[in-house]
Design a protein around this ligand. Structure first.
Ligand code: FNR
Length: 418
């Protein structure tokens, strides 16, 4: 009702309420490179389209004359009660959306008590993001998203830092061991990364700095080494098949040792299930596996002793033609059979989408691009308002559906077609 009341007294919204308008407004604000990076996805962008379209195959069938005056959006996750089932998905290079973007988005999440997931690819060190959250609300929940590096020392260092700055979960993203084929970025020469915008988490890390030093002393002070075979393994398709892209922009770039070291260590395409033991031994924090779409992998995740899986297509940014995240959700939920919470992202654009994902068995739902766009349009205030709008629509939809508690949602509230 606060949202409507603000409208009635004539307060203008900081961000457009409808997602298509928000996206358009962000596009006007952003540089071509920034918009391409944020909006773009893999190939012909079929999975991105499918992620949002999948919600249209489920319709809510409301129940009437149920007392829904006292609605409860809270959920339990990892032993904590969260005020809503909303999370902020990890988004790298938020500096592209707005200067100081990581801290601004994190503060907005903190104001709502929603977990903010700090990306390995953030454009600010995690300690700075955490400090910004602490200044807003000292116990504001934050998680750390890990890209598993080919340097295990670096993995251990990032995780130790995440613990030290109060992160309450480690989200291991498993769908980015090779970077997806993203035509919009390729057409523009992959500028965000060649400018080093997404490597603050690395350059602020003692282990990473040691690796850079090693590279510089091996190469001599002036000369820089070309992209190495290890980099080819992680950014393989891009570097090898697209000579006009990353490799060229690196050659013409600024100090390159850090960017090249980043390319070397960014990912470990050889990662297997057994490697998870390394992480389990190093942290007592809950481990979330992000990017699980196959029910067999969900079962393996249970066996591996992790604490949650996150069904996600990475916003359609990795495989063109991949199954839509929402279409993969029910089978994953069935496979884990209540043994782990299932988290969800990809294609969520409003509160009604949240209701549908929860009804299909998600415990909590992460928002991606909408908050990046809100950040571009109106900074911290924009993200705060965007999140408030999603919560408002969720609350309204829940009440109109005749469901009192978000945690009680199940598929009896839906009619679904293929
Ligand atoms: C992402 N995503 C992402 N995921 C991750 O684990 N680490 C990261 O650094 C990033 N970076 C990133 C940058 C940008 C610009 C986007 C749009 C996405 C994926 C993200 O966490 C989430 O899975 C998707 O954004 C969800 O899809 P929607 O909501 O954007 O459609």
């Amino acid at each position: 009702s606060a949202v409507y009341r603000a409208g009635v007294v004539g307060r203008r919204p900081a961000v457009p309420v409808a997602f298509p308008d928000l996206e358009r407004a962000a596009r006007r604000r952003l540089s071509r490179v920034a918009y391409a990076y944020i909006a773009g996805s893999a190939g012909l962008e079929r999975t991105d389209a499918a992620d949002t379209a999948a919600f249209g195959r489920h319709r809510i069938v409301p129940r009437v004359l149920r007392d829904v005056s006292d609605r409860d959006l809270s959920i339990e996750l990892f032993g904590r009660t969260l005020p809503t089932p909303l999370l902020l998905a990890p988004i790298g290079v938020l500096e592209l959306a707005r200067r100081g973007g990581d801290a601004a988005a994190a503060r907005a999440a903190a104001a709502h008590g929603m977990p903010f997931t700090i990306s390995t690819q953030a454009s600010a060190p995690m300690e700075d993001v955490a400090a910004a959250m602490d200044a807003t609300r000292p116990d504001a929940p934050r998680w750390f998203q890990l890209y598993w590096s080919s340097s295990r020392e670096l993995v251990a260092s990032l995780v130790a830092r995440a613990e030290a700055c109060g992160c309450e979960a480690i989200v291991v993203t498993l769908d980015t061991h090779v970077l997806g084929w993203r035509p919009r970025d390729l057409a523009l020469g992959y500028l965000p990364f060649s400018r080093g915008l997404g490597i603050a988490q690395y350059t602020s890390d003692p282990v990473f700095r040691g690796l850079v030093q090693e590279r510089m002393s091996a190469a001599g002070p002036r000369e820089h080494t070309p992209v190495t075979p290890a980099a080819v393994a992680s950014f393989a398709s891009i570097v090898r098949h697209h000579p006009g892209g990353l490799r060229e922009s690196l050659r013409s770039g600024e100090p390159l040792a850090a960017v090249e070291t980043f390319l070397d260590v960014f990912a470990d395409p050889s990662l297997g299930w057994d490697d998870l033991a390394f992480l389990r031994e190093r942290t007592r924090l809950p481990i979330v596996l992000k990017g699980v779409l196959h029910p067999d992998d969900a079962r393996r995740a249970v066996d591996a002793g992790v604490d949650a899986v996150q069904v996600s297509t990475h916003g359609g940014r990795q495989i063109d033609g991949e199954v839509a995240a929402l279409d993969a959700l029910p089978a994953v939920v069935a496979a884990v059979d209540g043994r782990l919470p299932v988290l969800f992202d990809s294609g969520v654009r409003g509160g009604a989408d949240v209701v549908i994902a929860l009804a299909l068995g998600a415990r909590a739902v992460a928002i991606g691009r909408p908050y990046a766009y809100a950040l571009a349009v109106a900074g911290e205030r924009g993200v705060r308002e965007l999140l408030r709008n999603v919560v408002a629509e969720l609350d309204i939809t829940l009440g109109l559906a005749g469901v009192r508690r978000a945690a009680d949602l199940d598929d009896t509230v839906l009619t679904s077609r293929r």
